[in-house]
Ligand binder design. Structure first.
Ligand code: SAH
Ligand code: SF4
Length: 415
């Protein structure tokens, strides 16, 4: 029988902004520098225990303990692909499962230099938007993630990386591992995770005692981020803050299936977060077929919200365009896609579809993908074709969780 723990703890310390903590500390008649000390323990030292915060008076630690939880995500499962994409399945306090995907060196994604690590994080348990091709929405929506559950995905992966670096084991050559792995089953690969070429910390200084790993965050995991707007924005501010996660706003990309009113809202925020739009079709006919959200916010409305975003921001928007055989890979779509990209100063990421068990869609042949790419470039649209990473580890959002939920339905995961 499935055992459910408790409701998510709403009052986690990592869901608090600095201003909120300062207000709380004022009520407790604590000097303001104590907040700075607390922030250091949380985001620099990254301790998981109140008693480790040795420069805070014991009485204050007790107050904090009573008022807030100090939660960490629990790693329920991890998969690593041959190309070293790593997928993390986290179990939350209420036993919900969410995913994060770590993608090293992916220059084609957002034009960053190739020594970058991008982490794809989730914002909801499941998704209510029900795009026809997507695993995240297959079992519906369960709940919104709280700010700390979003922030902790980044911290949890960096914690994992720090543990990897600490463990003093000889590193096998990359080529040997790749060879070995091609001959092992997925289960063997999973249990052999620690043998994977590990992630070298790039900037070990940077004020952190442990290695920094994540340079870019993309909000492209499970869920529709703009449907969890307030918690999302709070989490992004915590990740962006100089006293918090210290990830530049421009290095945080929010992806949406097209929630026009929230795109306008995002345009009015002071931070320069980047925006990606899951377009997947350049006409209402195509989008209506695969993305129910388009009936609520058809292309005309979406484009007008994006125009507003552009006018406020002057930032380049990214269009995500999954290529699905026989659905949207017709070269006839390339023209309206090019026109829309031109109008909105957008670049286009073409992504060959990742097949999802139980769904009828397939990725087009490589040749068809290349032709679509050429049809975009001929229109002088900045376009990339993702030569997929992580295809073999169910890397598209929601797939690992769905698989695990189904495999383990009726049992408790890991005790
Ligand atoms: N809800 C948001 C963010 C999460 S989805 C959004 O839709 O933008 C992140 C991206 O993964 C989206 O572009 C989505 O369309 C894409 N995606 C979902 N299932 C996929 C699959 N099977 N193969 C490739 N991309 C997929
Ligand atoms: Fe939800 Fe995005 Fe998947 Fe659509 S593509 S079901 S909006 S997670």
């Amino acid at each position: 029988m499935k055992t459910w723990n408790k409701n998510p703890v709403p009052n986690d310390i990592k869901s608090q902004t600095r201003a909120e903590l300062e207000a709380q500390f004022a009520v407790w008649e604590q000097p303001v520098y104590r907040v700075k000390q607390l922030m250091d323990w949380l985001y620099v030292q990254r301790v998981g225990d109140w008693d480790a915060m040795t420069n805070l008076p014991k009485a204050l630690r007790e107050k904090l303990r009573l008022e807030f939880s100090l939660g960490r995500l629990e790693l329920a499962r991890k998969q690593g692909a041959r190309d070293t994409t790593q997928k993390f399945l986290w179990r939350l306090a209420d036993h919900s499962l969410i995913e994060s995907v770590l993608i090293p060196a992916n220059p084609s994604l957002y034009g960053e230099p190739s020594d970058r690590h991008t982490l794809c994080v989730s914002t909801q348990v499941g998704c209510a938007y029900g795009c026809k091709f997507c695993a995240s929405g297959l079992d519906g929506w369960k709940r919104n993630l709280l700010p700390h559950e979003i922030v902790e995905q980044v911290l949890g992966v960096e914690r994992w990386s720090a543990e990897q670096s600490k463990a003093d084991r000889p590193k096998p050559a990359v080529a040997t591992v790749a060879e070995d792995e091609s001959q092992t089953s997925e289960a063997q690969r999973e249990s052999a995770d620690l043998r994977l070429p590990h992630y070298a910390p790039r900037n070990p200084g940077n004020g952190f005692p442990g290695p920094r790993l994540v340079d870019n965050v993309v909000i492209m995991g499970m869920g529709e981020p703009l449907a969890n707007y307030d918690n999302l924005l709070k989490a992004l501010r915590l990740l962006n803050a100089g006293w918090g996660g210290r990830i530049g706003a421009r290095k945080i990309t929010v992806s949406t299936s097209g929630l026009a009113p929230q795109i306008r809202r995002l345009a009015d925020e002071p931070e320069q977060f980047s925006l990606a739009v899951s377009l997947h079709g350049a006409t209402d006919a195509v989008r209506d077929r695969i993305m129910p959200v388009n009936r609520k916010f058809p292309l005309k409305e979406l484009a007008s919200a994006l125009e507003y975003y552009q006018s406020q921001r002057g930032r380049i928007i990214t269009f995500e365009y999954i290529l699905i055989a026989g659905v949207n890979d017709d070269l006839a779509q390339a023209k309206p896609l090019g026109a829309l990209a031109k109008r909105l100063n957008a670049k286009v990421n073409l992504i060959p579809y990742n097949t999802v068990e139980g769904l009828p869609w397939a990725r087009p042949e490589e040749d068809a993908c290349e032709k679509f790419l050429a049809a975009m470039r001929v229109q002088k649209i900045v376009t990339t074709l993702r030569r997929e990473k992580g295809h073999d580890i169910d890397a598209a959002c929601g797939q690992l969780r769905l698989k695990t939920e189904r495999e383990l339905s009726g049992v408790t995961l890991i005790s």
